[in-house]
Design a protein around this ligand. Structure first.
Ligand code: SF4
Length: 483
């Protein structure tokens, strides 16, 4: 999971990009970077750490130019090393280029082998560098043609921003796994000032208005000198092997996106509330209160309470200031690491039958500890309700899920999971129920046959039904590890 942000034609572009990245910080906390262009030069600053650690006034001032792009990173491929920090920069056909990527290239192993065998010297271990190499090797005449040609070689998820001294390009892969939205800022010189962002919450912070989403398979080019924008589409016949063309990551709505973001024109908060309502209708329970595992569980718990009539209470408090590393002061505090992040409100849950709402169960380690903490705090019964289906398969499209053999739902049935977690009862929203919730928000009727079945959502981590053969093969290889 990563976040990308871009802006054109504005004074202090680096500061606008800084604010945009700040709003997208939840999508990646490992590193941050910004590139700005000024005449024929691209200035870049990037480093490991949070946006507020990487950028101080002195770095932002040095990033001169009225056009910028930025990136926050959570490594899903290639590990957390300096050479992988984005935006990545290169010269392609003599043109300076800066690139920010959200997603994961599924055929990166094959592409890396091919590039290395043909003499490419790769510096990074992440897949994003491969995109630059493929673009550089294209024999097409114009930069745009090189882009279009390269994307036909890439399989997987890529929402990209590419900055050159003359253009900002926004690109979304043919399935449209990751969101990328276009917005507009007020400008002072009569030319349009465009904003591109992984999520609309960043547009709110910089004062931009949401216009539309970048479509699957679209390359939007913005000419920096005039603000003129044009849409181009890659040759979709190259993607005929895909099972369906649209596969928006449903997990963006379940967990990743900030609740105040419009993701594919649906407010994440509304989607989560509706998931909670559906969960209550399909999996009722007799209880005294509904509590949430914060943060994404909060609107889901409120939806559950609304549909069930059971009161919503704040029964778990999240500490938002836990860094990546901390020194454990004593070995004597049980469940220290979970307790550091989540603490039950003893006075609220004591003696009560509690329904706990969470977005998902992956390894199950945290859920088990939360249940233990709630019983320690005096809860009489703890019922778990999960607002998505059991996660049984890894994601190969830009989300850092564990290997298949580490997923609790892969090795246990829901009944066995309930015993393992030591909850009173456990229930999930089914795939059909989750799709039905999301379908209610979709404005346009979907046209393709497969999309009628699932609304154009990717649900592969629940079903193992990946969109391409490469991911499917990787999934089978991991299945052998489980067996
Ligand atoms: S496999 Fe799951 S997490 Fe990955 S893109 Fe599909 S829905 Fe999203």
């Amino acid at each position: 999971m990563c976040g990308v942000f871009g802006v054109t034609n504005t004074e202090n572009a680096s500061k606008i990009a800084y604010l945009g990245l700040f709003a997208l910080q939840h999508r990646g906390q490992e590193s941050a970077g910004i590139s700005c262009t000024d005449e024929n030069v691209i200035h870049t600053h990037r480093n490991a750490g949070l946006v507020s650690d990487v950028f101080k006034e002195e770095q932002l001032v040095k990033l001169e130019g009225n056009h910028a792009l930025g990136h926050v990173r959570y490594s899903t491929a290639g590990g957390n090393i300096g050479a992988n920090i984005q935006p990545l920069t290169a010269r392609i056909g003599g043109i300076p280029v800066s690139l920010s990527h959200n997603g994961n290239i599924v055929n990166s192993d094959e592409l890396r082998t091919h590039l290395e065998n043909s003499g490419a010297i790769l510096q990074a271990t992440a897949d994003t560098e491969l995109i630059l190499h493929i673009m550089a090797r294209s024999n097409k005449a114009t930069f745009l043609e090189k882009l279009m040609h390269s994307f036909e070689e890439l399989c997987g998820a890529f929402s990209l921003l590419i900055l050159t001294p003359t253009h900002l390009y926004a690109v979304v892969d043919a399935c449209g796994y990751r969101p990328l939205s276009l917005g507009k800022l007020k400008s002072s010189n009569g030319l349009p000032s465009w904003v591109l962002s992984s999520e609309t919450c960043a547009m709110d912070l910089v004062g931009a208005t949401f216009i539309r989403d970048i479509a699957p398979g679209e390359i939007l080019s913005i000419e920096l000198a005039t603000g003129e924008r044009k849409s181009h589409y890659f040759n979709l016949t190259a993607f005929q092997s895909l099972k369906r063309q649209h596969a928006k990551c449903i997990f963006e709505h379940v967990y990743f996106a900030r609740p105040d973001s419009l993701v594919w024109n649906i407010l994440a908060n509304d989607a989560r509330f509706a998931m909670g309502e559906a969960l209550a209708k399909n999996n009722p329970v007799d209880a005294d209160m509904v509590i949430a595992v914060p943060d994404s569980g909060v609107p889901m718990a409120m939806g559950y309470a609304h549909a069930s009539g059971i009161p919503y209470k704040i029964g778990l408090i999240r500490n938002h200031y836990v860094g990546r590393t901390f020194i454990e002061p004593t070995q004597n505090v049980r469940n220290f690491k979970v307790r550091l992040k989540l603490n039950p409100v003893r006075e609220t849950v004591r003696g009560k039958k509690v329904v706990v709402i969470d977005d998902s169960i992956v390894r199950g380690t945290t859920s088990r500890k939360i249940i233990e903490l709630l019983y320690e705090a005096g809860a009489k019964e703890v019922h778990m309700r999960i607002a998505s289906p059991p996660v049984k398969y890894p994601c190969y499209y830009g989300i850092d899920t564990p290997k298949r053999k580490e997923l609790l739902a892969q090795i246990m049935t829901p009944l066995e999971m309930n015993d393992h977690l030591k909850s009173e009862t456990l229930a999930f929203l089914s795939e059909e129920q989750l799709i039905a919730v999301m379908q209610k928000f979709q404005q346009k009727p979907t046209l393709q046959k497969e999309e009628k079945e699932n609304g154009g959502w990717c649900t592969a981590c629940f079903t193992g039904n990946y969109q391409d053969e490469i991911a499917q093969t990787k999934g089978y290889a991991e299945k052998r590890e489980v067996l």
